[in-house]
Ligand binder design. Structure first.
Ligand code: HEM
Length: 488
């Protein structure tokens, strides 16, 4: 039937497939890297199959523009997968909800209420306090002599973004929530590994369920759901308690969602209920914690490898801030730290936290680069490959923030050679929140400390390999350990 259906179509080229599994064996541990290699042979638009599921991989800015701009509406749904269905309370979230009226409504709430500029700025005190705690905790390891001990910066930065997102979503309850950083990280990792990917049964019908049963997929999914749900349930119920009275400018995400729920119930158009709130909270954890921490960790790794850039960045921040003691968000607003912002851009170019964006599912037929793309095809835009393509970037593999001097290339989704936040209808709504957190943390790390490599280590020894295994986000394989020396 399929041969008849697709007869006469010009499908994108594919590497040879094996029966049943298709191209599964060719994806490797880091699929974005495998796709980049294959595109040298098969071109910028390729068709892969994982079992029976067709994926189109986009590896050029021109093709990305065709998909995300020209055919945005034809390609802006999401696949309805088992793990995602469960953890999103049957697609009541924003990130994984299929395109339709429900998603449009949630996206509107998200843009106008949850992540608006005003709301994001109201969380400023949280970001500044938590960055302050990070600096204090590093200061304890940083004696002014060379006897300081290395700190595991990866762990510290992850704890920072975790605490910020936690407080934004739940108010003050992190430390009293019964979850410590470690348990919290485990829960997020478990959620990440169950979401966004397929079960074997989805790829290989009839027999795949045996593999899912043997590897305990469903039991793990149930446990993750149960842990997450218990936690959200308690947080929401705590917020409903009558004794909770807070000022409007101190509202967290749960407060805002509960207020919307109440308003809608009163006006008789109830759309939001507890499950919607839980699903949105899940998105905020997945979208907000890893992405910003990964950005700061890669940025510090690149700078530690390159003392010239590290000094230039520190000189900029220190000349601007003087003896004030801390960098605040006012300093970021005043456009006084252009080099710092270029470092964040360059980090997002070489190390985009979501190297393949979030897979989109096509709604209708369209053509890209002359190839037919059919409905129900998954599309993955390889922004990692596009960000390293010599056609768009001179000395593309080099970390060189100066490349952003005097040009208007930005990450907001209009420059298709640089798409760390995606583009079009599904573009990340957390751009401001994500970049603010990363900039503030990096600026303070550079301002407050001089950084040395642990004894016996040279710049070229810093391991810059990417970590495999997590489906959505691309972290550094090994932790970054550096020795802090107090500057002030
Ligand atoms: C450096 C930080 C961040 C990066 C690099 C990033 C990247 C992305 C990317 C690539 C997408 C998919 C876009 C697409 O499908 O075309 C996305 C979607 C999303 N992000 Fe972010 N993100 C960041 C921070 C955040 C933060 C802080 C939040 C919220 C607290 C957030 C919430 C979301 C949500 C809800 C979506 C789904 C949008 C939809 O499908 O309509 N992100 N993000």
């Amino acid at each position: 039937k399929k041969i008849i259906k697709f007869k006469g179509q010009n499908l994108p080229p594919s590497p040879p497939q094996l029966p049943i599994i298709g191209n599964l064996h060719q994806l490797g541990a880091l699929p974005h890297q495998s796709f980049t290699k294959f595109s040298k042979k098969y071109g910028p638009v390729m068709l892969f199959k994982v079992g029976r599921i067709p994926f189109v991989i986009i590896n050029s800015a021109e093709a990305a523009r065709e998909v995300l701009k020209v055919h945005d509406i034809d390609s802006c749904s999401r696949a309805q997968l088992t793990g995602t269905r469960k953890l999103s309370y049957n697609f009541l979230d924003i990130a994984f909800a299929p395109y339709g009226d429900y998603w449009k409504q949630m996206r509107k709430i998200c843009v106008l209420e949850l992540f608006s500029l005003k709301r994001a700025q109201s969380f400023r005190f949280i970001r500044e306090e938590e960055v302050g705690s990070l600096i204090n905790s590093i200061s304890q390891s940083a004696l002014s002599s060379s006897a300081s001990t290395p700190v595991n910066l990866s762990e510290k930065i992850y704890a920072l973004t975790g605490s910020i997102v936690f407080r934004m979503a739940f108010g003050q309850i992190f430390r009293g929530s019964g979850l410590d950083n470690h348990k919290f990280e485990k829960l997020i990792r478990a959620t990440e590994s169950s979401i966004g990917g397929f079960t074997t049964e989805e790829c290989i019908p009839y027999v795949g369920w045996i593999v899912d049963r043997l590897n305990g997929y469903h039991a793990k999914l149930e446990k993750t759901f149960h842990d997450l749900d218990n936690f959200f349930e308690k947080a929401i119920e705590d917020h409903r308690k009558p004794e909770r009275a807070i000022d409007q400018d101190q509202e967290d995400i749960i407060d805002v969602m509960l207020k919307l729920e109440k308003d809608q119930t009163q006006s008789g158009e109830a759309q939001i209920n507890k499950d919607n709130i839980k699903a949105v909270l899940m998105n905020i954890f997945l979208g907000g914690v890893d992405t910003s921490s990964i950005t700061v960790i890669w940025a510090m790794s690149e700078l530690a490898r390159n003392p010239r850039l590290m000094k230039k960045a520190q000189d900029e921040v220190r000349n601007c801030i003087g003896k004030k003691g801390r960098v605040t968000e006012d300093d970021l607003d005043l456009d006084q730290l252009p080099y710092l912002k270029m470092i964040i851009k360059e980090t997002l170019r070489l190390h985009p936290p979501a190297p393949l964006l979030v897979a989109r599912e096509t709604i209708s037929h369209f053509k890209v680069d002359g190839y037919d793309i059919n409905p129900k095809t998954l599309i993955q835009v390889n922004v990692w490959a596009i960000g390293r393509e010599p056609k768009y970037w001179k000395n593309a593999e080099e970390f060189y923030p100066e490349r952003f001097t005097d040009n208007s290339i930005d990450y907001k989704g209009q420059n298709f050679e640089f798409l760390p936040f995606g583009s079009g209808r599904r573009v990340c709504p957390g751009i401001y929140l994500g970049t603010r957190t990363s900039e503030l943390a990096l600026a303070n790390l550079l301002y407050c400390f001089n950084w040395k490599l642990p004894d016996g280590m040279k710049e070229e020894d810093i391991n810059m390999e990417e970590g495999a295994g997590v489906r959505l986000n691309l972290s550094k394989k090994t932790a970054l350990n550096l020795v802090p020396l107090n500057y002030l």
